[in-house]
Design a protein. Structure first.
Lengths: 321, 648
């Protein structure tokens, strides 16, 4: 069972509710799916230059799948934006390009060239690396394309400050989020009106949980990056994280020697900052099974969130995804 | 395989992955909120629910233990509220500012819980959480009893149409699980809920801190309580999906035209059922056709029901657009420009009847206004009173008047087609949320009638212009700078978007007062007429600026009385006679000194300076721009110029 090898030409109607005598009840996945589709259609209707922030992970895979459904039989009516820090896993990049081809979608890849030229890497710049190569890069890209709405795959169950964020999350001209002064957001009446320069981040997966994502990926047979599936990969143990040696650029410390271990990733980011977990889950079913037993949260494997409880809120205020 | 999960309650936990997946296909979703007054323990209660249903991961518990030492309010015990309060300001202040959404599940149900802030100033955030809820858990502190915020929240929950209310009487541990006290609170709340028209209220004694009757039953603590625990109640709440409106409402979100051969209408079925072959009517365009196909990415459907996002293809090539609503021709909603609604005001600046806003109803934006506030509602005792304006967090019943007809239903029957938000036209923030009150079927005809305000008052004309009308009356010697300053002031007002009118010698003496001479009687009549014209312009909502010598106190005071003391702003230009004579812009002082002009103010006719002018300005001492700034600041401070709403 390796869904990434299948191309999705037909979509299984497994979450489509069937009609009983009276109107049948929608299952929770069908409700979530319909809500996300509704949100994406609102974006397409209300904004002049929307785009979809494509981060290649499982949530992005679901987001793209829902976007296809939302605009079927048409194409996805906005480009995909990938912020490439230069340190993503190789398999992510190949999956990204393959996905864009398969969906016939316009893909914009943006890198903060000034940061790259200045030699900003995860090893030399610590926490500032993420600020420069991700947050700054995203702001530069959104400004460059004059984007007024950026759709992202963030979920409220990921992290505490995300749990507070609106579906249509208002950003000022500096891309800042003001958590103490969010627009009220009632029913499904999303307010897309903006002053020039302001923008909205849109999160259609707000109400999905991690297990919903995997259950949906299973039900809909959605391709995901193979890094989610357990396999022998070269690993070094560093600061309590299992870091995969994805290429020769990872500077090895004295005595460090990559060992082959059977691991998988629960979430994906820049390889030098993303911890792997020892796992035997080699397909989606086994991942769901593993999740039902797990006792740690998804973001634990992210080096950037471990700093403090407020780390994510600060990043978001600055304009992070 | 042993019981598969440690995160699902043991009893009905699936034992194999396939059982789990089968259950996931069948499981439904309940959205609920927790609300109530600040410090009644909402966040702790949710923390307890998450903890006791084993939804909390180890690293999250460790983080809470760390945070508890720093910010916790529960001593040595981990402060479970910190699982929920996510913002730095919230953790520092120990309060909840905005809604936090949490997710948990039991074998029978998935839950989305919106933890709502208790402070009155964050009511709009609470309403945000409540608008999508199926049920509400209203908390009350057993020690403190029912408070204003408890009532306010229960009221908003009822207005928003949440029919299932659970009153959780919390902190029972603080009153030694006293049954009498619990029953007194339950009784008091039942009376209020009855007034609100809420049918189903369940009252449960709990201690979120000790975990009593939340998930685990408090057999020791509340042996006298035979009802359900909070979790049992939440699992048992019935949410009939086909309740409310059974008639088709399909608001068109998007026209799908991928190529010349396909034209479909994308949207989510708001209510009722749409079937291939159905005759449909589009509103407000009133075009009719038949459903040829219902398309989804998963293949065509024979029919679609409430909540489903689909694409509808019609038989005929009719031109519909976003905002149109498809309905069955025999079951139409009301098509109306005016209707009544309950309103929750969320703007920092007050709601002003007559001021234009934008309304989003379904997928449609229409401009319009609040014609009148019928009454505002006091949440404490549900009494109603008259109001000219509605402040932040105020509740009222209003009449809405839109520029174009829209399809609306009674909110009680249909949340989707009975709700709207109000958007400010300057900063575009969401400033209000409304719920349509049973629109009168006869108003079907009124869709063809242009809005007739019930009564166009001075207030409505002023609100429309976003200002409070007044008269800025300059007085002073000839050459003191009245016309210069008045002109500069008017320019500044207009550039800020205000509506003004300048009256001076040039436009009055040559027209309206052409028949008057410069005798005492002529001068008196001149000023009287200017006063009357000013009064009319104030009634029209304008800011009137006048530039006349107006030397006599008695004349000026008569106008002050005519306009009303509060709206008559007397500005004395105290520039000295020497300076005015030195300037002598029209050469009048020379002629007066030569005796060619008689009874010239300051020379051979007296000038009576105001005794209590609102402002005194000497134009020989300060620049014109500084004078204008001083006047603008005065007008702002007195509330004549509505300051720009800081926005949301």
């Amino acid at each position: 069972m390796q869904p990434q090898n299948q191309t999705v030409t037909t979509l299984k109607p497994s979450t489509t509710p069937r009609r009983g005598g009276a109107l049948s009840r929608l299952t929770h996945l069908a409700r979530l799916e319909a809500e996300s589709i509704h949100i994406m259609r609102e974006v397409a209707a209300e904004f002049s230059k929307p785009l979809l922030m494509y981060s290649i992970g499982k949530d992005s895979s679901v987001l793209l799948h829902l976007a296809r459904k939302a605009f079927f039989p048409g194409r996805i009516p906005f480009p995909l934006l990938h912020i490439d820090t230069g340190w993503k896993f190789k398999e992510m990049i190949s999956f990204r390009d393959e996905t864009a081809r398969r969906l016939n979608a316009e893909l914009i890849v943006y890198t903060n060239e000034a940061g790259k030229v200045a030699g900003v890497t995860p090893f030399t710049h610590g926490a500032r690396y993420t600020d420069i190569m991700k947050t700054e890069a995203l702001k530069q890209a959104l400004d460059k394309y004059g984007c007024d709405a950026a759709i992202g795959g963030a979920r409220r169950d990921e992290e505490k400050s995300r749990a507070k964020e609106r579906v249509f999350s208002f950003r000022d001209a500096q891309h800042r989020w003001d958590p103490k002064n969010q627009r009220p957001e009632l029913w499904n009446l999303y307010n897309g009106r903006l002053r020039r320069g302001d923008s909205i981040r849109v999160f259609p997966l707000s109400n999905w949980t991690e297990i919903d994502i995997w259950t949906y990926i299973h039900a809909e047979n959605i391709p995901v990056v193979p890094l989610y599936f357990a396999k022998q990969r070269p690993i070094v143990d560093r600061d309590g994280l299992k870091i995969m040696v994805d290429d020769e650029r990872l500077p090895l410390k004295d005595g460090e020697k990559p060992q082959l271990e059977t691991i998988r990733f629960r979430s994906l980011g820049c390889y030098p900052l993303t911890g792997a977990q020892v796992s035997r889950a080699a397909n989606v079913r086994e991942i769901i099974e593993e999740m039902l037993r797990t006792t740690t949260s998804e973001r634990q494997s992210r080096a950037i969130d471990a700093d403090s409880a407020a780390a994510m809120e600060n990043r978001k205020r600055e304009g992070y995804f | 395989m042993a019981a598969l999960t440690n995160k699902l309650a043991a009893s009905a936990a699936p034992r194999t992955l396939d059982e789990f997946l089968a259950q996931q296909r069948d499981i439904d979703l309940l959205r609920f909120i927790t609300c109530g007054s600040v410090d009644d323990g909402k966040s702790t209660l949710i923390g307890r629910l998450l903890h006791d249903t084993r939804q909390v991961f180890d690293d999250q518990l460790t983080a809470v233990a760390n945070d508890s030492r720093r910010w916790g309010t529960t001593g040595e015990v981990p402060d479970l509220a910190l699982l929920v309060d996510g913002l730095q300001a919230e953790r520092e202040q120990g309060i909840t500012i905005d809604v936090a959404y949490r997710y948990f599940s039991t074998p029978s149900r998935k839950f989305i819980v919106a933890d709502c802030p208790g402070h009155e100033q964050y009511t709009r955030n609470m309403a945000t959480g409540a608008s999508t809820a199926d049920a509400a858990v209203v908390l009350v502190d057993a020690e403190k009893g029912i408070r204003v915020q408890t009532r306010r929240h229960a009221h908003i929950v009822a207005l928003l149409g949440v029919q299932n209310i659970i009153l959780a009487v919390n902190k029972m541990d603080r009153i030694d699980y006293d049954r009498a006290r619990f029953e007194a609170i339950a009784g008091e709340f039942a009376i209020y809920a009855h007034k609100l028209g809420v049918s189903k209220v369940e009252v449960i004694p709990v201690s979120a801190l000790q975990g009593v009757n939340v998930v685990a039953r408090g057999a020791k603590e509340t042996p006298w309580y035979a009802g359900r625990t909070l979790l049992e109640a939440l699992e048992g709440i019935e949410v009939p999906r086909d309740a409310g409106l059974k008639e088709l409402r399909f608001p068109i979100q998007l026209v799908s035209r991928p190529d010349a051969n396909f034209r479909g209408y994308a949207g989510t079925v708001a209510s009722g059922d749409i079937t291939v072959g159905d005759s449909v009517l589009a509103l407000p365009s009133r075009k009719t056709s038949k459903v040829r196909e219902i398309t989804t990415a998963d293949g065509p459907l024979p029919h679609a029901g409430a909540g489903q996002a689909v694409v509808v293809v019609l038989e005929d090539e009719i031109d519909l657009s976003r905002g149109d609503v498809l309905v069955h021709p025999d079951h139409r909603p009301t098509l109306a420009r005016t209707f009544d609604a309950h309103l929750i005001w969320m703007g920092e600046a007050p709601l002003l009847p007559g001021k234009r806003y934008e309304f989003k109803i379904g997928s449609r934006y229409v401009r319009g206004l609040v014609d009148s506030i019928q009454h505002r509602i006091d949440v404490n005792d549900l009494s109603t009173r008259e109001a000219e304006a509605l402040d932040l967090n105020g509740l009222a019943r209003v009449r809405i008047a839109l520029e174009e007809p829209v399809a609306v239903d009674d909110y009680k029957l249909s949340r989707a087609t009975g709700s709207f938000i109000i958007v400010d036209l300057l900063h575009f923030g969401t400033v209000g949320a409304g719920m349509v009150i049973a629109p009168h079927p006869s108003s079907r005809q009124n869709s063809d009638v242009v809005w007739q305000p019930t009564r166009v008052s001075a207030q409505i004309r002023a609100n429309q212009k976003n200002q409070r009308p007044c008269v800025v009356w300059f007085t002073g010697l000839s050459g003191a700078g009245k016309s210069t300053l008045a002109n500069a002031l008017e320019q500044a007002l207009v550039s800020r978007g205000h509506h003004s009118y300048l009256l001076d010698g040039d436009n009055v003496r040559h027209g309206l007062n052409k028949d008057l001479d410069f005798s005492d009687a002529g001068r008196e009549e001149n000023i009287r007429r200017i006063g009357e014209v000013s009064a009319l312009f104030v009634d029209a909502g304008l800011i009137v600026v006048t530039a006349f010598i107006s030397p006599f106190r008695a004349d000026r005071n008569r106008i002050r009385e005519r306009i009303g003391d509060a709206n008559f702003i007397e500005i004395y230009l105290s520039t000295s006679l020497e300076e005015c004579e030195r300037r002598d812009p029209k050469g009048l002082y020379v002629k007066a000194r030569e005796g060619k002009i008689r009874e010239f103010t300051g020379i051979d006719s007296p000038y009576e300076p105001p005794l209590n002018p609102q402002l005194t300005i000497d134009t020989s001492k300060i620049a014109i721009t500084a004078g204008v700034d001083q006047i603008l600041r005065f007008l702002e401070n007195k509330g004549f110029l509505n300051q720009a709403d800081p926005g949301l």
